[in-house]
Design a protein around this ligand. Structure first.
Ligand code: PHE
Ligand code: ZN
Length: 882
């Protein structure tokens, strides 16, 4: 878009335009081919002359031959969609350089040189949102994973660590705030209303952690004094009107800093910490050293516009990015195959943080729900990969639920195996041993072995093998000896490129309950490390009820042969909150899978309604937990177990079961809704819990008595003082054909016009509706003046939501599939990363009954046939068709 017409492109390379055609099959990169860099860049200074249309960048690199490199005399510098304007070596015009595709090759005579490169950037037309781009008039950067090469030519790989000095200059009225990594070293005013700033980052870092922000921003400021006495200036930067929505982000930042000192012994290491919110962002947020850049949705929150879930999202993501300062920045990744080294570990850290800030069992249930709905389908589909992948074509495609969430589960298992104190010894050793390095997953495992005293020889298979292990359990009771034997089997299923798997060590927390007293004699940790294995327990007069994988100690699919009555028992009696939730989920899952096979089981439905009734009545559980227990398993999770299946039939079975429960428990649900509605707004657990059950009660009621639910939802909407109640009410109303629906949908829009994050909700609520006409609505919304394909949040709010609405996406006509494919084709040239994220929904065709599967495949083929597909989308589509 900007370069093809640039006469100064020395290579005259027409394929350098944005979203350019890859003329050949994109090269596959293999983990085992890693070689150390030939040249290092101990220091870099960057000088930016800022402008929205044109920014000039002069980079000065101190380069040194790497003594551990291969001795190559040629410096290889990555570039992407940029051209060399000037190139000097030690102050003189460079000679003998050439372009290889979009990369720059510069032969150098000695072992240390200074290389100066000027590049010209065009932020306003950078729609990929990688490199330097403009968002709402401000300039910002995104460099992970390979965006720095869109700013200047550089060995853009995470094992090249440099000290950065950044100078930037621009018109003061347009860019009053100038930020980069590290500490502000100097600043001043220039001629003609211009000003400048110099930022200095003392910590060597890889290029993917570079960041720059320039714009009209205001700050919420605070300070934090570290355990070592360093006073840190904190700032959360947003656009003027958003300042009053930044308190929760600031609170979360301070809590994160304190928590990381207390829990992992990690202290912050700069005098400043800045967070900037931008509305155009491909992902959630980015951990650039000392200058985290966030999607606005993980910064801005106030009661009127953000739900309780949004508040949790802000806290979790602020924590996540802050925790990266140690797990990611001080210790970074040697290469991108090691991504889970920083992401899996940091997700675990943010999960533990959020658990400590709120309710541990509720957080665990939420995390498992995400794992099952997002990671399990990935792990059993065409895009399955180990948490440490062996190959990739486009690294952006590997920021996955597997690398992040399964990666966190794998480290959590180490914690379970070691115990909390030994685990901490392992992480201490890791931080100590590898500080300042670009490390590998193997380094982490080794530190854990040495520090925590674990033998992880076999455990390493969790890093090597893809696929969710399937575990079966049968229990056998011997009356004569009073012995119970638990018979286990495990099997890791075949995944693409990995036909044969080895058993992995699976830590399972187990408890055996006495049926009469409802108690057990203590929880045990079993480690299942063979394909078949038995464990024996004695001292039982009667067969006990077995509770397995309590707290979800292992990320597996468990098929435990348990009688319905035992599940009912555990749902009522288990003292492990997760296990209690799980028993009810299993009972419901069994019923739903049975329903699509041979119709509902009246006895089981009765048992479910009764168990749910106990959940509603039990004053031993708090409302936050009650709300979790009231949610039925997701269609995505059910499809894993039923595949290949008709998702619409599953969806209908689920709705009918909800209706059955809702009818049976009508009075209780109404009473719950009344009780919860009387609780005043607050951010404490009780008030949040009340809001959660309030909406869950409506959801269940809506499947049983639409009129009653509609009236209550409309009233809840009209009297709402906060977004949680308003969105909950609207969610229920959107699925009921009633006069209030269109009136309140219009009211919602009018009320929040101009607030992008809430308008995103307005799109989502409609795309998520349980409404037979939802695809017409989505089609109409795509033409709404507020819709824009250029903003990733907006695109996701409409289309990702629709793709997750089983009844809509899997509409028998194939229209849902076609709409997603049309979107991918339109979006791919604009924002390839975001476009590629829609492919997995279609790629799940093997889980779907043959008629729909053929329609899904046909859409993938239509995408594959399009010319000029990005590397991102090409990789995902071709793997999905294989
Ligand atoms: N590293 C970021 C995180 O997990 C995610 C990210 C990846 C953001 C790539 C932008 C681009 O915190
Ligand atoms: Zn991360």
């Amino acid at each position: 878009m900007d370069i093809a017409t640039n006469p100064s492109n020395p290579a005259g390379n027409p394929e350098m335009a944005d979203a350019a055609v890859e003329p050949h099959d994109p090269a596959t990169i293999f983990r085992n081919n890693y070689t150390p860099p030939s040249w290092l860049v101990p220091e870099i200074s960057l000088d930016f002359d800022l402008g929205t249309e044109l920014t000039k960048c002069v980079a000065t690199l101190k380069v040194e031959r790497n003594p551990d490199g291969d001795g190559d005399q040629t410096l290889h510098l990555c570039g992407d969609n940029i051209a060399v304007m000037t190139l000097k070596v030690d102050g003189n015009d460079a000679e003998g350089w050439s372009m290889s595709g979009s990369n720059l090759l510069l032969p150098l005579p000695g072992s240390a040189h200074e290389v100066t490169i000027e590049t010209h950037l065009h932020p306003a037309t950078n729609s990929q949102l990688m490199g330097l781009y403009a968002s709402g008039g401000m300039l910002c950067t995104q460099c992970e994973a390979e965006g720095f090469r869109r700013i200047t030519f550089f060995p853009d790989r995470p094992d090249v660590l440099s000290r950065y000095t950044v100078r930037m200059e621009g018109p003061k009225d347009q860019f009053p705030v100038l930020l980069s990594n590290g500490n502000l070293a100097d600043s001043g005013d220039g001629a003609d209303g211009r000003h400048w700033a110099v930022w200095d980052d003392p910590w060597p870092k890889p290029s993917y952690l570079f960041a720059l922000v320039a714009g009209q921003l205001v700050a919420n400021r605070d300070t934090f004094t570290t355990c070592g006495g360093r006073k840190v200036d904190l700032a959360v930067w947003v656009r003027e009107g958003d300042l009053e929505r930044t308190d929760h982000a600031m609170r979360s930042l301070i809590a994160s800093m304190k928590w990381d000192e207390e829990t992992f012994g990690r202290e912050y290491d700069l005098d400043q910490f800045n967070i900037v919110a931008v509305s155009d962002f491909n992902m959630g947020a980015m951990e650039n050293k000392g200058l985290n850049i966030f999607n606005t949705r993980y910064v801005l929150a106030d009661p009127e516009t953000a739900t309780d879930g949004d508040y949790d999202g802000v806290e979790g993501v602020v924590g996540h990015e802050y925790f990266h300062n140690w797990s990611g920045n001080r210790i970074t990744c040697r290469d991108w195959f090691q991504l889970s080294l920083k992401e899996g570990f940091t997700v675990l850290r943010d999960q533990l943080f959020s658990a400590d800030m709120g309710s541990e069992p509720v957080k665990r249930i939420e995390d498992v729900r995400i794992l099952r709905a997002a990671q399990f389908p990935e792990d059993s589909g065409p895009l399955a990969h180990p948490i440490r992948p062996d190959s990739y074509q486009e690294i952006s495609n590997f920021y996955t639920a597997t690398v992040y969430n399964k990666g966190a589960e794998v480290i959590r298992m180490m914690k379970t195996l070691a115990g909390d104190d030994a685990f901490r010894k392992g992480t201490d050793l890791y931080f100590d041993r590898h500080d300042g390095e670009a490390a590998t997953c193997e380094d982490f495992i080794k530190s854990m072995e040495d520090g925590a005293g674990l033998d992880l020889t076999q455990f390493r298979r969790w890093y090597e093998q893809a696929g969710t292990p399937r575990v079966t359990m049968q229990s056998e009771f011997d009356q004569s000896t009073g012995t119970v034997t638990l018979h286990f089997t495990q099997k890791v299923p075949a995944t693409p490129g990995q036909p044969n798997k080895q058993p992995v060590p699976i830590p399972l927390k187990v408890a055996l309950f006495d049926r009469d007293s409802g108690t057990h004699t203590g929880e045990k940790l079993l480690v299942l490390d063979k394909a078949r294995q038995d464990f024996t327990f004695d001292g039982f007069a009667k067969p006990p009820v077995v509770s397995v994988n309590r707290a979800f100690t292992a990320p597996i699919q468990l098929d435990a042969e348990a009688h319905d009555d035992d599940l009912v028992f555990l749902a009522a009696n288990d003292d492990d909150a997760f296990a209690r939730y799980e028993a009810l989920q299993q009972l419901v899952t069994r019923e739903l899978l049975g329903t699509i096979e041979h119709g509902p089981d009246e006895k089981r439905r009765g048992a479910i309604a009764e168990a749910m009734g106990k959940v509603l009545d039990d004053d031993q559980i708090d409302d936050l937990m009650r709300g979790e227990l009231m949610m039925l398993p997701s269609i995505a999770f059910l499809l894993e177990l039923a595949a290949p299946a008709n998702p619409v039939a599953l969806h209908e079975a689920r709705e009918r079961l909800k209706g059955h429960i809702g009818t049976r428990l009508r009075d209780k649900l109404i009473a719950l809704h009344e009780r919860a509605s009387a609780v005043p707004y607050g951010l404490d657990a009780d008030a949040r819990g009340a809001r959660k059950v309030k909406t869950q009660a409506l959801v269940m009621l809506a499947a049983a008595d639409q009129k009653e639910a509609a009236a209550r939802a409309a009233a809840q909407y009209r009297t709402a003082t906060n977004m949680t109640d308003r969105q909950g009410a609207m969610m229920v109303l959107a699925g009921i054909d009633c006069p209030e629906r269109s009136e309140l949908v219009a009211d919602f829009h009018k009320r929040f016009e101009g607030n992008a994050l809430v308008i995103d909700k307005w799109f989502s609520l409609q795309a998520n509706a349980l409404d037979p006409k939802v695809l017409d609505t989505v089609e109409a919304l795509a033409k709404h003046p507020d819709f824009t394909i250029k903003n990733p949040n907006r695109v996701r709010s409409l289309y990702m939501t629709m793709a997750g609405n089983a009844a809509a996406f899997h509409d028998e006509s194939g229209r849902g599939y076609r709409m997603i494919a049309d979107l991918v084709l339109a979006l791919d040239p604009i924002n390839a990363q975001t476009a590629a994220r829609f492919i997995p929904a279609l790629g799940r065709w093997r889980k779907i009954e043959p008629g729909r599967a053929a329609l899904m495949r046909a859409e993938l083929e239509r995408i594959a046939a399009a010319p000029n597909l990005s590397k991102d989308t090409r990789e995902q589509v071709s793997k999905s068709l294989d």
